[in-house]
Ligand binder design. Structure first.
Ligand code: AMP
Length: 280
């Protein structure tokens, strides 16, 4: 496995390569969810192709009161995980390598970013779109892999690729979960034992809402009420949002249809967890 920290070096390695190149963008503190992304990247690249994992805690996508400084950074464990998973290249640039001090160009999506996490975290998706655009330019991958856990991010990246004519395939990966149903996340390690026990309410409430819809006759208000009721039964949980949206436009919906998505963000202390489910 090779490791690069500069744009020039990784570009020099990638550019002459004629086999299929697949990128897995991450912020590190890698877990089983990331491993699944790497497995699908390998499938897409083929045995002769190149799988590159970028590890970059992107300051641009963190707000001023966020967990940027304390975001987990586990360089040696991440190296081991990547090596075991068969990654060919790690690209781990510093913030100074990625951003000039007087940077003045950003990439902004202006519709899908207005709701859900975009509403709670102003500027977050501008940071995501800017860094992903830079990674696509630096590495020119044939495909890039993203998780459905961050459903809004995935939708925004697809829009970015469409609207800016990037020539690459976006591969989506279903959410990987712990045994108890909690979606794997680098932020799960912030949770206390009690918080972690209660955090299963995210998936439980989503599944209960799905069942309610499948039983027939439930309105969007019924679904939201069911989730709120279940989440409020977990004493350490605090709702950021519980939203029903159209899975294409990410705009809020009043009635449940063929394309409905239920998404939520729940705080445990300062730790914000997200999850989602397709309702139909
Ligand atoms: P992160 O390192 O949290 O920025 O995530 C990097 C990529 O891994 C993103 O595309 C995430 O959607 C994806 N990812 C994170 N957690 C999971 C999970 N539990 N299941 C599937 N994909 C995930």
């Amino acid at each position: 496995m090779e490791s690069f920290t500069t744009v020039a070096a990784v570009r020099a390695r990638f550019e002459p390569c004629t086999t299929r190149k697949v990128l897995v963008p991450t912020m590190g503190a890698l877990h089983r969810g990331h491993v699944r992304l790497i497995e699908l990247a390998r499938q897409a690249a083929g045995e002769d192709g190149l799988v590159c994992v970028s590890i970059f805690v992107n300051p641009l996508q963190f707000g001023p009161d966020s967990d940027f400084a304390k975001y987990p950074r586990h360089e040696s464990a991440d190296n081991d995980l990547c090596r075991d998973a068969g990654v060919d290249i790690i690209f781990r640039p510093s913030a100074e390598e990625m951003y000039c001090a007087d940077r003045s160009v950003f990439v902004e999506e202006t519709s899908l970013s207005e709701t859900l996490c975009g509403k709670s975290r102003p500027g977050h998706f501008r940071g995501v779109c800017t860094v992903v655009t830079k990674l696509f330019h630096i590495l020119s991958p044939d495909a890039a892999v993203f998780g459905e856990k961050d459903f809004q991010q995935l939708a925004i990246i697809r829009r970015l690729v469409r609207d800016l004519d990037f020539s690459l395939e976006i591969i989506a990966v279903p959410t990987v979960r712990e045994q108890d149903g909690l979606a794997c996340s680098s932020r799960n390690q912030y949770l206390t034992t009690d918080e972690k026990r209660q955090a299963v309410v995210l998936q439980k409430s989503l599944l209960a809402a799905k069942q309610l819809v499948e039983a027939g006759g439930a309105s969007a208000a019924d679904v939201r009420a069911k989730v709120h009721q279940m989440v409020s039964a977990a004493p350490l949980a605090r709702v950021d949002y519980v939203e029903l949206v159209d899975a294409e436009t990410l705009q809020p919906i009043d009635s449940i249809g063929a394309n409905s998505l239920l998404a939520l963000a729940i705080f445990f202390g300062n730790t914000r967890l997200i999850d989602n489910v397709r309702l139909t």
